[in-house]
Design a protein. Sequence first.
Length: 448
Amino acid sequence: MNDLDPTLQCVFQTVLDRNPGEAEFHQAVREVLESLNVVVARHPEYVEGSIIERLCEPERQLMFRVPWTDDQGNIHINRGFRVEFNSALGPFKGGLRFHPTVNLGIVKFLGFEQIFKNALTGLPIGGGKGGSDFDPKGRSDAEVMRFCQSLMTELYRHIGEYTDVPAGDIGVGGREIGYLFGQYKRITNRYESGVLTGKGLSYGGSQVRTEATGYGTVIFAREMLATRNLELSGRRVIVSGSGNVAIYAAQKAQQLGAQVVACSDSGGYVVDEDGIDVDLLRQVKEVDRGRLTDYAAQRPRATHHTEGNVWQVPAEIALPCATQNELDGDAAKALVANGVIAVAEGANMPCTPDAVSILTENDVLFAPGKAANAGGVATSALEMQQNASRDSWHFDHTEQRLDQIMVDVHKRCAEAADTYGQPGNYVAGANISSFMQVADAMLAHGVI
Ligand code: NDP
C-alpha cells in the first residue's frame, strides 16, 4: 500500500468514517486515491473544487423492500439497491447483481468503479450499480420472474433512458433483463428500449453484448502483450468463473489461438488439457444452468477439483472472471512461480491489493478490471445508440466497434501512465485518465 498525499488521506479518512463496515468500497476508493497522488500535485484545481470528496459520495442511494412469493406460496423479503453514483458524463449506467452476498458496500464499490470504467470507454455514460441479495440459484423461471417484477415495481420510478440505465451482472443475464424490461413496459406504458441494456435480440438488444465483456478483456490482454512484442497465440490460459464473462473470454482467447485449459465456479474448478470446449460449457452453464461437474462428466480428459483453486494450474495468462477478491497474495505467488506473464481482470476487483503488488513487482503485465472489462458497458452504450436511432447493427460491425474501443481504452491507460511517469502501470493509467475526464466535467458543471 502506498502512502497518500495529506489531502487525499483526509478524503479517505472521511470515506472510512462515513461508510463504516464497507470494506470493498474502502478498498476501491483507496486504490483510486493512491493513483491520484501525482495528479493533485499537478492540478490544484481538483482539490480546490473538492472534486475528490464529491466523487466519493454517491449522488443518490436507494434501498428498498422486494417481497415475492415462491412456487409453494411462501413469501420472501429481499432487499433491492440502486446506487446512482455519478452522472457527470451521462446517465447513470451499470449492472444489477443478484447474489446472496450483495449489500450496500458491495454495490457502492461496484458503482464507484463503474464511474471510471465508463469514462475510459470514451462514451457518454455516468456510473451506477444496483442489485439484490436474492439468490436465483435453484429457483424456477416463474420464481425469478416474480422476483424481477417485484424489484422493477419499485425501481421503475428511478430509472429511464436519460436518467439511469441498468444492465446485467452476476446472476442477471438475458432471462432476468427480459422480465425486468417486460415489467417496466407494463407499468410505465412506454416502449422505452434504452432503459435497460443486455436485452434479447428480438426486442432491442445488441449483437455482441453477450460476448462483449469477455471478448473485451482478451482484446485488452492482446494489446498489453503487444507492447512487449508478445502474442496470445499458442499460450496456456486459465480463466476463473464459468459465467457470462468467463465463457466469452475463453472463446475469444481460443479464437486468437490460445489454449484455455481451466475454468471454475463456486463449487471448484475443471482442468481440461484438450482445451475447454466452450460450446459444451455454454450448454451446461447457460442452457442447463448446471455445474462444472456436469461439464467434466462429458469430457474424457477433464478433471474436476474441489481442493485448492484454479490459480494453481500452470499458465502464462490468467483471466480472473468470477468475483471480487478471488485472487489473493498466495494465488499471485503461485501464478508467478508457474511463469505467468499477464493477468487481465474480467471481473470487478478480483485481485486483492496484495496480489496486484506481487504481480507487478514480478513484472507481470496487469490489467485492472475497470479497463480490461470495459467492453461490456461500452457495448451497452452501443446498444443505447442503436435503440436511440431505431437501428440494429450486424455482428461483425459491432465487434469491430468493440475491438476499436478496447484498443482506445488500452491507449488511454498507457498514455496517462507515461504522462505521469509510470510507464506500463495500467492501474495508475486507468485511474488517472478516467478521473481527469470526470473531474473536468464536474468542474464545468459547478458545485452540484
Ligand atoms: P455470472 O453470474 O454470469 O457468472 C459468475 C461466475 O462467477 C459463475 O461461474 C459463479 O459461479 C462465479 N462466482 C460468482 N460469485 C462467486 C463467489 N462468491 N465465489 C466463487 N465463484 C463465484 O456473472 P458475470 O460473468 O456476468 O460476472 C462476473 C464478474 O464480471 C463480476 O465481477 C462482474 O461484476 C464482472 N463484470 C460483468 C460484466 C458483464 O457484462 N456481465 C461487465 C463487467 C464486469 P457459480 O455459478 O457457482 O455461482
